[in-house]
Design a protein around this ligand. Structure first.
Ligand code: NAD
Length: 258
């Protein structure tokens, strides 16, 4: 008889027809990227209101860039066993797709194909003045403004051009006071519609509107399986697997192989 929560979760997944996943920062902590709210998370060191709003960025881009530069080493992070397990589930036709709040691109690096990046990505950067877009590798190679960590792409065509002002690059991630990109809303709506199960992995479900997605799946009769170190407040999953996603997701995938 199988009464372990992980066996029950595997059973529910195997019986569902359109399972999807919602992932958050926790799925990448074992790749070395700190999450937001854990004790040693990013926001224990940086106040989000000071660093992660468009208003803050426009007021003082150098200050925000100094923080972003501290995170630059994380760009070399590699997907962990949890990312790989989700990719395997998609490859085998078990999982329909992932809505991720992460901006690190690690699901795609692991081989997941159907990924909605709800909060944008750190692969590209856009100039707030002229709208020119730059890939990350070019931005990494740019000179920095004297005495700061802020990249200097050169004259900004939108601010008079001719060297009178310099481009200010913002990563194409969604800051707390920004709208979710319409294409991401549309793609996630398509994924959520008809989903009869959602795996909620490594997210505190505190950032809206992403945090609403599990309730939307439930409201159409779907089930919720949560994989989290700390359970998300108010989620009330059908099954809670408490622990590390890099251990629990491969264990779940292994059960679903049999
Ligand atoms: P969060 O920090 O609010 O919550 C992280 C959750 O993951 C917590 O519930 C925690 O208990 C859990 N967790 C931590 N390590 C885990 C592990 N190894 N296995 C399983 N669970 C683990 O993050 P959030 O809910 O994603 O929301 C905050 C915002 O953070 C998102 O908008 C996201 O864009 C942004 N963010 C992204 C990254 C990234 O791209 N990797 C990193 C930091 C923050």
């Amino acid at each position: 008889m199988k009464h372990q929560p992980i066996d029950i979760a595997a059973q529910i997944i195997s019986e569902s027809e359109k399972p999807i996943a919602l992932t958050g920062a926790g799925v990448s902590t074992e790749s070395g990227i700190p999450d937001f709210r854990s004790a040693e998370g990013l926001w224990s060191r940086y106040n989000p209101a000071e660093y992660a709003t468009l208003g803050a960025f426009v007021r003082d881009p150098v200050k925000v860039w100094n923080m972003l530069a501290e995170l630059e080493a994380l760009l070399d992070a590699q997907p962990n066993a949890g990312h790989h397990a989700l990719a395997e589930l998609e490859r085998r036709g078990v999982l329909r797709g992932i809505v991720t709040q992460n901006i690190d691109g690690l699901h795609q690096a692991a081989g997941s194909g159907n990924v909605v990046e709800f909060h944008g990505s750190n692969r590209t950067f856009t100039c707030l003045g002229c709208g020119r877009r730059y890939p990350r590798d070019r931005v990494r190679a740019m000179p920095r403004r004297a005495g700061t960590r802020m990249p200097e792409p050169g004259p900004c065509a939108g601010r008079g051009g001719g060297g009178s002002a310099r481009c200010v690059l913002k990563p194409d991630v969604v800051f707390f006071d920004e709208m979710i990109p319409p294409a991401a809303v549309e793609a996630s709506d398509g994924m959520v519609r008809g989903a009869d199960l959602i795996l909620v992995v490594g997210t505190s479900c505190e950032v809206y509107p992403a945090a609403d997605i599990p309730a939307r799946v439930r409201s159409q009769g779907g089930k919720v399986i949560e994989i989290n170190l700390e359970p998300a407040e108010g989620l009330r999953p059908d099954v809670l697997l408490r622990g590390k996603s890099a251990e629990l997701l491969p264990a779940l995938a292994a059960r679903l192989r049999n």
